[in-house]
Design a protein. Structure first.
Length: 188
């Protein structure tokens, strides 16, 4: 398991201390793919066909803007209880204890209702009062006529406004510019 960098040090590997933005969500929500969409590079973050491959904090420097931190997904049932508990502790410690963390992109699958893990993570974010951008992924897999219904079904249990999401699709590049603008607003 990766240890967290001390709060007073920049991310390991040198370089300047820059703000950090984390990408979080359940396993298989598309965190690595969305990171690639955000920065406009196809293979910056490694994308796997098997969910649950992110097992540590993966840090990417986005020019002089910030560090993007891809955290392990939650809810991956095929991992052992010990592994899941370790990843949960890692993510919780990072989200609650890292002062350089400026905001979080909370990825939610447009096709899925919020899980118990989503609700628990939402509670963690509320306690931390961390600026959070809710991002719906895989929008191309939901017919346009059902999107408002899906947004409402996801938003209501999480206590979010139904129109408070950035809607994205990595496959069609939908929402890429809106996502980039919203992320850059965290850094201002």
């Amino acid at each position: 398991m990766a240890s967290l960098p001390r709060a007073d040090l920049p991310i390991p590997g040198g370089g300047p201390a820059l703000p950090e933005l984390a990408l979080a969500g359940r396993s298989n929500v598309g965190k690595s793919s969305l990171l690639n969409l955000l920065v406009g590079r196809r293979a910056l973050a490694r994308v796997s066909a098997t969910p649950g491959k992110t097992r540590m904090l993966n840090v990417f420097r986005w020019g002089e803007r910030c560090y993007l931190v891809d955290v392990p997904g939650y809810g991956w049932a095929k991992a052992s209880k010990v592994d899941r508990a370790g990843w949960r502790r890692l993510v919780e410690a990072y989200v609650t204890g890292r002062p350089q963390l400026r905001g979080l992109l909370w990825l939610l699958d447009a096709r899925r209702d919020p899980s118990a893990d989503d609700l628990a993570f939402g509670g963690l974010l509320a306690r931390r009062r961390l600026p959070t951008l809710a991002v719906l992924t895989k929008a191309d897999l939901v017919p346009r006529g059902r999107r408002a219904e899906r947004q409402a079904a996801i938003a209501e249990p999480l206590g979010l406004p139904a129109d408070g999401f950035v809607v994205t699709s990595v496959r069609t590049r939908e929402g890429q510019e809106a996502l980039r603008a919203a992320v850059l607003a965290f850094l201002d």
